[in-house]
Design a protein around this ligand. Structure first.
Ligand code: FES
Length: 148
């Protein structure tokens, strides 16, 4: 199996590898056939215009060279992007950026964009659910005390 130079570079020196503290979104994808598993962590910040952008991103991948290289590449591609643009990244985009992937690895290992999409979904569902006033805030406590 022949890997491109870029795949080997990202495998040997992966970018953005690790875990983020207090991520805004987490996406996990596994391949049950080979047991590879990828986790993508994102932080999202709004810019002055109100666009939600990926301000930080990291990955943890237990898997083959291609799985690590695609994870590394997708984090590089998504860093700093609006989340609406980041979720448009496709498997083919990731493979193209890596100067191609062996066809056997295209569907087996190229799961990183899915992990990114799940992290964005997770961020969205959390921001929807977030209470307007956190439980335990002063106003909440005051109200609770009045009821007694
Ligand atoms: S061998 Fe299946 S994802 Fe790497």
């Amino acid at each position: 199996m022949m890997y491109s130079k870029l795949v080997l570079q990202h495998f040997i020196h992966p970018k953005n590898q690790g875990r983020l503290k207090n991520p805004d979104g987490v996406g996990i994808v596994g391949n049950p056939t080979c047991g590879d598993i990828m986790t993508v962590y994102i932080k999202v910040k709004k810019d002055k215009k109100g666009n939600e952008k990926i301000s930080d991103i990291k990955f943890e991948t237990l898997g083959c060279a291609a799985a690590i290289a695609t994870s590394s590449m997708v984090t590089q591609m998504a860093m700093g992007k609006k989340i609406a643009d980041a979720e448009k990244i496709t498997r083919q985009d990731v493979a193209d950026e890596l100067q191609g992937l062996p066809s056997a690895k295209m569907h087996c290992s190229n799961l990183a964009e899915e992990a990114l999409k799940r992290a964005i979904e997770d961020y969205r569902s959390k921001s929807r659910k977030e209470p307007k006033r956190p439980i335990g805030s002063k106003k909440h406590q005051r109200r609770t005390r009045k009821k007694k």
